[in-house]
Design a protein around this ligand. Structure first.
Ligand SMILES: Cc1ncc(COP(=O)(O)O)c(C=O)c1O
Length: 364
């Protein structure tokens, strides 16, 4: 009998061993995907034109981000040195945390909020201080202020927030930045286009403010992985030290200028989503489903104890929605992305039929 060979694998850092794995649910191709807050239709036709003209030869070269950063900065009314493009906002969060969080630091978060703040902070030696919103899920402003401590190093605020759809006001964000001068205040404006409120004009004015934006939502480019950080040059230079110079690929860089230019398409899509949201909210109200006010392209609803069955039955009806029950304070709650009016009429029909079926089974 041969002796079993013992194989040794090098161990990662203890922090990495303690991290939870993050597995986003996989969508099925022919369902209506209302589970990721994506654009549910398409990106601008101008982007599709550019995509069609990308040559294989151009792929042999490393991407050059600086000229595109200059275009994006001009679009935002900022200097190029104030803007860094990233491989989605997820990379932006990752590099920002890596640049600023160390042992003894605290990351301050209102919760529930976007999951990746906690995921990326868990790879650092910082401690998460989570401030729970009450049942209204409104931004817990006073309690967040009270939780600011000398060791607070980053305050991360998704505005509008996910999964609640709530917003922090401009005055609240300014107050937080003023009361925590030792901390970077990250305002993640991933859903900005659906609400119109922004603090981008305060970049470079408030010394500890950094704003994130994504091209994954309203622009419909989630598959390209494009995001950005905008902040004072004095902070962005540290972000750039950590950021890979090539993490935004050349196809994404080629698509960004036409996406920015086609404001007519963006306005049309946002208008369509806002009209669909109003219609869908009315359908929820008519069905007696509790919902939270939304400033984004999704709505959080109360399903209760049968949330898993609800999500399964909606999926069987061809509509994917996201169970948020494991988010703090969200037990029994489900998030539904808002698409076009036509799509949301289908979603409302599936929702009404699912609720009726659950009631018939005596389990609603
Ligand atoms: C608040 C928030 N920030 C960032 C992201 C991720 O953006 P990106 O696709 O640019 O990584 C999401 C995605 O759902 C989000 O909800």
């Amino acid at each position: 009998m041969t002796e079993a060979v013992k194989v040794f694998y090098p161990a990662p850092r203890a922090r990495v061993q303690a991290m939870k794995e993050y597995h986003p649910p996989l969508g099925c191709r022919d369902a209506l995907r209302l589970d990721f807050n994506e654009n549910t239709l398409a990106c601008s036709p101008a982007v599709r034109d550019v995509l069609g003209r990308i040559s294989a030869g151009s792929l042999t070269r490393y991407p050059e981000r600086e000229p595109v950063e200059a275009i994006v900065a001009a679009h935002l009314g900022l200097a190029p040195a104030q803007v860094a493009l990233t491989n989605g906002v997820d990379e932006a969060i990752h590099v920002l945390f890596e640049a600023f969080l160390e042992a003894g630091d605290e990351l301050l978060l209102p919760v529930p909020t976007y999951t990746m703040y906690e995921v990326y902070s868990s790879a650092t030696d910082a401690r998460v201080v989570a401030v729970q919103a009450n049942d209204t899920l409104q931004f817990p402003f006073e309690r967040l202020l009270a939780a600011i401590a000398p060791q607070t190093k980053i305050v991360a605020i998704a505005n509008p927030n996910s999964p609640s759809g709530s917003i922090a006001t401009r005055a609240q964000l300014i107050e937080i930045a003023t009361r925590a001068p030792q901390a970077v205040v990250l305002v993640d404006e991933a859903y900005f286009h659906f609400c119109g409120e922004s603090v981008m004009d305060l970049v470079g004015v408030i010394p500890n403010l950094i704003v994130a934006r994504t091209f994954s939502k309203a622009y419909g480019l989630a598959g390209l992985r494009l995001g950005l950080l905008a902040g004072p040059v004095e902070l962005m230079r540290w972000v750039r030290r950590v950021l890979s110079p090539y993490s935004v690929n050349s196809i994404a860089l080629a698509c960004l200028p036409p996406a920015l230019e086609d404001t007519a398409y963006l306005d049309w899509y946002v208008g369509e989503v806002l009209a669909a949201r109003a219609e869908f909210e009315a359908a929820l109200d008519a069905a007696g489903v509790r919902r939270w006010p939304s400033h984004a392209n999704f709505v959080l609803i109360e399903i209760g104890a049968r949330h898993k069955e609800f999500v399964r039955m909606m999926s069987a009806a061809g509509v994917l929605v996201r169970d948020r029950s494991s988010d703090p304070g969200c037990d029994g709650r489900v998030r539904i992305t808002i698409g076009t009016r036509e799509q949301m009429r289908l979603a409302a029909k599936a929702l009404n039929e699912t609720l009726a079926a659950l009631k018939t089974k005596g389990v609603a």
